[in-house]
Structures are given as structure tokens and as C-alpha cells.
Design a protein around this ligand. Structure first.
Ligand SMILES: Cc1ncc(COP(=O)(O)O)c(C=O)c1O
Length: 375
């Protein structure tokens, strides 16, 4: 397909941009010896899993369906899973399709000990909470916030690790550079270092913005080499965002222009609530391609009936007409994995912009995708 033939709204993922990110991550793997996993919660476009599998060690899942997706689509790469709590009736499936299973508490570990013992080939890790926050502002994304339920605090760790445990895991960052990781690892080493001699691997979680141009990749490589050399551990990283950062767009059409008394409000066929929920949850102002902060002021909003379904206020170079297209940037991550059909809104198409310039319509959704989740 040609770009002009695409319908709106559509998520368009660029194969070229994705490969560029994957090459940076592969370089980290090669130079440091780290093993990098795709955190599927950020990006689960399984059409490109074979491409990702060419570069990365595997995936991590936050739920059984993500684990199953990786099992089916990632060409047999490593399949890790962490859930704050596992249902008893999921455990058999989890152990059959995953090679690394992470537990969030000693009580969860003990509850599932029979399954753990039945699957000695599966590696077991505990998630720890270093109680060291490096984030300001986004408390909902801070697993080290004071009342966090995520990870075992030092005071709740056993004196000696159970023999079934061969790994430790922490995830504390969100869209951060290398320095907060280094500071966090220093704390982990001080507090939990006594366990390192009894484990085989450590997972440094996600939230590393490795593919951002200003990320200190050399610093990261040195830290990983230090951990491997000092403690003889396999080191995993499980970024989500970094894999598909700046690798996708959401194209939308202007459907109406409403005079709301202040700035003109453009009603779009894309919705913050349905198609980019992080815009409201985080909240943040998504990048609008070709906008101009000093240009004509407009408010971009959605065609849902939710009064607050407003994407934000922007400056534009020229005033769009009804039927014109607008393009939001960085829309591969935390977009299609979180979308929904609230208000009976259709889901955007999923499109792959191939390296040869062609656009492949990967998936078009319809009424049945709305109806089949209801009864
Ligand atoms: C346990 C865990 N690992 C990895 C990630 C991926 O983080 P990011 O997409 O910010 O790299 C998350 C995100 O919330 C997470 O909770």
C-alpha cells in the first residue's frame, strides 16, 4: 500500500526505526555480554517479533497472555515472566511455556513451591525492592514509592535464599538515563550483595532509555561488565520503551472544528482515552509532527463523548481544514497495547512501514473486536 491509501486512525510502525533501535541494543549485548529482553507490556506487535528475535535474547511478560504470545511468536527465544501474583490454575501453563519465572513475595514463592519443584529446568528469581526512588513526579510509575507492593524489601528477605532461587530482579526506573541505574545498582549491591554469591543471574528491569541519543551507553556497558566480572552473574535488562522508541506514528483526520470560545478545537478520529491512554494517565503531551510552538493555537480533542478526552493544546504552522491529516509521533509504545473501544470507537489499523517504503496493513479491526469483549 501507499501512504495515501492508509485509513485513519492508524498506528504505523517503522521497520527501519525499529531496526535502528535493535542495532543499538544488540551492540550493548555484544559489548557488555548482557542479555536483553523485550518487555512486551510496552510493545507487543508480534508481526515484528521475528525481527526482534534476530537481535534480542528474548522477552519478558507481565501476564500469562503475553507469555503465551512470546511462546508462539518469538522463535523459541527466552521467555521470562513476572506477575505480582500468579493464579494457581495458571501455574502449569506458565511453567510449560516460560524458562524464567519471577516471584514478587516469599508468600507467592512458597505457595507455588510444588510447581517450582516439578519444573526444575525453569529458573526462579525473586523481585526485590531496593527502596531507592530515583523518580520525581510520576508516582504511579514508581515501584519504590513508599507503599509500593512491588518487590521484596530487605527486611522481608530470608536470611538464606531458598535453593530453588537462582536469580534476583529489580525494576525501579521509568524513561531514565544511566545515572539513576548506577545509583540504584550501588544501593542493591550494598543491601542485597550478600545474596549474589548464591545466584546465577540478576535482572536490572526496564525503564532504561538506551536508544535515546544522549543515553550513556558506555556507562551501561561498563556497569554490566563490572557485575559480570565481580560476581560472575548473567545480567539481564528488560526494556520496553527503548525497543520501539520513536519507531511509530498515529495518523488521524480532522473531523470537525469547533469554536469553544477560546482556541479552536479540532475534533479528531483518534482518541486519547481509547488510542493513547498514557496521554491521560501519565499525563503527557504527545509529540505532534510539524507543529510549531509559536504557530496558530489549537486544541486537539477526540470524537468520544468524554469531556476530558483532550489530547492537548498545540501551535500549528497552518490552520488545518476538515479532512486534513495530523500525525502524532512516538506512538509505537504503550499505545496499541493499551487501547480500547470505549464509546464504541473503532480501533486504529496496525500498519508496518517496510524498509523498502511499502506500507503493509498488518491488521484491521472491526465491530466484532468490540462486541466479543462484551456480552
Ligand atoms: C517489571 C517491568 N519490567 C520492564 C518494564 C518495561 O519498562 P520500560 O518500558 O519503561 O522500559 C516494566 C514497565 O513498567 C516493568 O514493570
Amino acid at each position: 500500500m501507499r501512504y495515501e491509501e492508509l485509513k485513519t486512525p492508524s498506528y504505523i510502525v517503522s521497520e527501519k526505526a525499529l531496526r535502528k533501535n535493535l542495532e543499538i541494543l544488540k551492540d550493548v549485548e555484544v559489548r557488555s555480554g548482557a542479555k536483553i529482553l523485550l518487555a512486551q507490556k510496552a510493545f507487543s506487535m508480534f508481526r515484528v517479533y521475528p525481527l526482534i528475535a534476530e537481535y534480542l535474547t528474548g522477552t519478558t511478560a507481565s501476564g500469562i497472555y503475553e507469555a503465551r504470545l512470546a511462546h508462539e511468536e518469538m522463535n523459541g527465544r527466552e521467555n521470562h515472566v513476572f506477575e505480582p501474583a500468579y493464579k494457581d490454575d495458571e501455574m502449569e501453563d506458565i511453567f510449560n511455556i516460560c524458562d524464567h519465572v519471577y516471584f514478587n513475595s516469599m508468600s507467592q514463592f512458597n505457595r507455588h513451591l510444588p510447581s517450582i519443584r516439578n519444573h526444575e529446568d525453569v529458573k526462579i528469581a525473586l523481585r526485590i525492592n531496593p527502596e531507592f526512588s530515583t523518580q520525581e513526579g510520576h508516582e504511579i510509575y514508581d515501584p519504590c514509592s513508599p507503599s509500593s507492593r512491588l518487590g521484596i524489601r530487605l527486611k522481608d528477605m530470608p536470611e538464606i535464599l531458598p535453593k530453588e532461587v537462582s536469580g534476583l530482579h529489580f525494576h525501579t526506573l521509568c524513561e531514565q538515563g544511566f545515572e539513576p541505574l548506577k545509583a540504584t545498582f550501588d544501593v542493591v549491591e550494598k543491601k542485597f550483595g550478600k545474596y549474589f554469591k548464591d545466584i546465577r543471574f540478576i535482572n536490572l528491569g526496564g525503564g532504561h532509555h538506551i536508544t535515546k541519543p544522549d543515553y550513556d551507553v558506555d556507562g551501561l556497558v561498563e556497569l554490566i561488565k563490572y557485575i559480570k566480572k565481580t560476581y560472575d552473574l548473567d545480567v539481564y535488562l528488560e526494556p520496553g520503551e527503548a525497543i520501539a522508541l520513536d519507531a511509530g506514528y498515529l495518523i488521524t483526520e480532522v473531523m470537525d472544528i469547533v469554536d469553544t470560545g477560546d482556541v479552536p478545537t479540532l475534533i479528531l478520529d483518534a482518541s486519547a482515552a481509547c488510542h493513547m491512554p498514557d496521554v491521560l494517565e501519565m499525563p503527557y503531551l504527545p509529540l505532534l509532527i510539524d507543529s510549531d510552538a509559536n504557530g496558530i493555537k489549537v486544541r486537539l480533542a477526540s470524537r468520544t463523548c468524554l469531556a476530558g478526552d483532550v489530547i492537548g493544546e498545540y501551535g500549528l504552522k497552518t490552520m488545518p481544514k476538515i479532512g486534513d491529516r495530523l500525525t502524532f509521533g512516538d506512538m509505537a509504545i504503550y499505545s496499541m497495547v493499551k487501547n480500547n473501544t470505549f464509546n464504541g470507537m473503532p480501533l486504529p489499523d496496525i500498519v508496518l512501514e517496510k524498509e523498502d517504503g511499502d506500507y503493509e496493513l498488518v491488521r484491521r479491526f472491526g465491530y466484532s473486536d468490540f462486541k466479543e469483549r462484551l456480552s
